[in-house]
Structures are given as C-alpha cells and as structure tokens.
Design a protein around this ligand. Sequence first.
Ligand SMILES: [Zn+2]
Length: 105
Amino acid sequence: MVRNASLVQDIARQRIDRLINMAAEKASSRPDLSRRYISMALTISRRTRVRIPRSQKRLFCKKCTTFLLPGKTARVRVRQHRSPHISVCCLVCGHVKRYPLRRSG
Ligand SMILES: [Zn+2]
C-alpha cells in the first residue's frame, strides 16, 4: 500500500536502529546473538528498502555480519598507500573495508 509505505519505513528504521544497538551491547558477550541481530537488521533493510545510516554501516562486517570491535574482531589501520585511507579488516572472515581519508573543510 502506497499510503502506508512511509509508516512502514518509519517502523523499519526504528527496528533497525534498535537491532544494531542490541548487537553492539552483545558484541563481546554473545557474538552469536549479535550477528543474528545484524542479519535481522539487514533483512528488514532489504525488504523495506530502508538504508542503514553510514555511521551504523561501519559498525559491522557486511560479509559475515560480525560486529566490528577494534582490537577484538577487527583490525583498524591507517594506510598511506596510494591515497590515505583507513582499512578495517574483519578478523572473523578476513573481509577488508577501506575508507578514504578526506581533508575535512
Ligand atoms: Zn567478516
């Protein structure tokens, strides 16, 4: 239903937010539950076409849905190779994400 689309997306947004917060809380004590919350958030996001905000997207590995804790489940490095960037390596599946460092302002 077209009229309810925005309402559905509103609820979806709230659920995604809550799931990611829950995943953050359980990240070190219950990594299995944490992964489950992330994959639920991703499913909701796909079904309702609600995008996960960039700030939250960086928190987990999109390949294996592990919550990325620097020093524990992720290795974070600043690299100067080519253009300066931050590389975040998931220690569970080895997936690497790179974020370019842009001069702000
Ligand atoms: Zn991973």
